[in-house]
Design a protein around this ligand. Sequence first.
Ligand SMILES: Cc1cc2nc3c(=O)[nH]c(=O)nc-3n(C[C@H](O)[C@H](O)[C@H](O)COP(=O)(O)O)c2cc1C
Ligand code: SF4
Length: 794
Amino acid sequence: MSAVCEKTDPLQGVFGVHHGTKFDDIVELWHGHRTPIIFCALIVLVAIRFYIHNVEDAEPLKSIPKQFETKVIPDGTSKQSDIDVSEKTTAKSNGPRRIKGGVTKKPATEEKDQYDKSRPIKIMVFFSSVTTKTEKIAQQYLSSLERSVDQLSRETERQFLKPELHDLADIDFEDFFVSPAKTADNAYLFYLFLIPSYNIDTINDTLLQHLEETHHDFRIDTAPLAPLLGYSVFGFGDREGWPDEAEGYCFQAKEVDKWMSKLTGRKRAYPVGMGDMKSDHADRFQEWTLGVQEVIGHVARTGTLGEGVTGSGDAMESDAEDVAEEDDGEVLFEDDASSDDKESSRPLDDVEDLGRMIRPSNGGRTANAANGKKAPLAVDFTSYGSSTKKRTPVAPVIKEMVAKNSPTYAALTKQGYTIVGSHSGVKICRWTKSALRGRGSCYKYSLYGINSHQCMETTPSLSCSNKCVFCWRHGTNPVGTTWRWVVDPPDMIFAGVKEGHYKKIKMMRGVPGVRAERYAEALKIRHCALSLVGEPIFYPHINEFLAMLHAERISSFLVCNAQHPDQLAALKAVTQLYVSIDASNKDSLRKIDRPLHRDFWERFQRCLDILREKRFRHRTVFRLTLVKGFNVEDEAEGYAQLVERGLPCFVEVKGVTYCGTSTSSNAGLSMSNVPFYWEVCEFVRALERKLKDKGLPYGIAAEHAHSCCILLASERFLVDGKWHTHIDYKRFFELLEERGPDGEWTPEDYMGEPTPEWALWGNGGFDPRDDRVDRKGRKIENVVVREAPPPESW
Ligand SMILES: Cc1cc2nc3c(=O)[nH]c(=O)nc-3n(C[C@H](O)[C@H](O)[C@H](O)COP(=O)(O)O)c2cc1C
Ligand code: SF4
């Protein structure tokens, strides 16, 4: 070994010494492993280099601004530094950015951070006009804007410059629409457009062409107008010549809106307004200007357009609708912990316990002693509670139904629910969004005249006592036979659900296609569907909650599951009272509703008897949800017997909506359980025949084929051969205000106008004001199949 070393060791001559064995070993080691050693040494050197480089870079970035801030503002306020930083960055972002193949800039968070409150705000109004009507309106508007910016200045403590008016025919588009206009005082700009539509060549076409070309110009950022604070468009048209949007009513205002949305990176501050120069333009314009002014105030204060509107993050530009929102049926959320918690599901032994459970409106967690109110008696004490057993008294541990830190809370909020207090929820329904965009309302518009965009869907009890197989959100909801949770006061719930609803409506403001008129109307709730999820009459203060709705002239449609007869009996005035009839016999009901109450069938029947008694007091409705393979086949006779027992004013028959969740498939449901519309029609015809056979005066009155929904009505609502299924809501409130919630009146007393022709059975029921569209917004033809197709076509 050493001989080899002696011959080959290159270090020998260098050191000029005789190596001992130890040195030979090292040399041998070097020869055997020099490649990995050199490699490792290199890695270490590179790592050290990177480390030093990073430390050198990172330090000044972190420390310099801080030192700067503390020096400039000794009192520690960040105002000055905000200004400096934003001034620098704004200066950088101003002007056309020359980038190759740019992508749409998402200005949201960036600009929020940079918003510089020392810069003034200027509103620029652009208009076009051929026959001078718009020009006159624009001039008047400018005078009123001059007054309102003074007010806005005071309210927002921001400087507003004198607004400017520009005739599109007189300006150079390059100065305004390639990048925001330059102003002497470096003002933030807000653009407003007043556009009359012309299907002949006008300056509108030149503008539209310019906007489109700017967007497509590869040398310019695709959103060069993103530094604007926001924009909005109002269109003037003529309904006499162009009756609806499909025929070109106000089409150029919509086009300007579309291109401005692209050029600003979706900074639509308010939906496109539209007014008919020969009829409603003054009202529509007034509505729009008020809405626009509110948003300008908001953006002046915060630098953002508001939640949900781009500019503050979270834009809702998608056309995709949540299939699971297709319906407003009762849906459940199971909370594993609570549903498995047998101990806590025991019934309360003492009514007074409830008193301790009530949360005061001031947000406290426990006793309601403060307001001196007694807990309500409307609680469902199950028939098999062990109240006679001796037990050592223990202070009941009263939980929240949906605690903020629970998985249920997280799951519900993720799905778009706003949880109010600890047991109530509100969610903007799919139809509300659809109606806001002129894409059709839910079946309750066709059948009863409910405006979907003015409807709030809510529940004061997220808990339920059934686990219906077609309920698409099984798995995490609280279930129980008794109320065993903290009780929130009704005023707190009412305020919370309204706030949650309006917040969600306002998030729709920047969504393409939202109608300014409907948006303005949606800011006044007119209807409340108490059917979101869970069981509303489970809530001990349901009557007080209803009274609050009615005091604000909000109608109430309350759906209950026919499992709480005592609460049903104690219920005061509602506009329309539903019970879900999910099966026609005991076995089928057990299979489909999977009720928690052992005496579910007796409860169900008692509820029908109560409904029969109430039929001259409330508009009573049976709601049948058809699930093929579960509750349709051969059950028409059974359902007819139930109708005979309850004698409801109406029978609503609806095909189940399949949501495709794992829980629905666990329950044995698949697409094959969803009936075709013609199957629903066949069932309804069979049911009508059975009712006639029993001498019961019912007929098929109306339909909403799109929702697979058909309405059978008692002939009490057939006046002079015309169905009157709609409701006179105004009259309902007058009766209530005159006679109180216990007063006497009948459903006929607030029967509305005849059901409109388009909603009658055989006419489809699609809202003629709107267009049906597919997920990509393309118009769909309304084809309705009411008869079984011939076998060969299957
Ligand atoms: C030749 C002509 C074409 C028009 N085309 C449309 C149209 O396509 N859609 C529409 O809604 N209104 C249309 N209008 C109606 C105008 O938009 C409406 O009269 C508007 O008030 C004119 O405003 P102005 O006086 O400011 O020019 C048209 C009017 C004219 C005279
Ligand atoms: S009644 Fe209201 S909540 Fe129910 S589907 Fe219609 S709009 Fe939605």
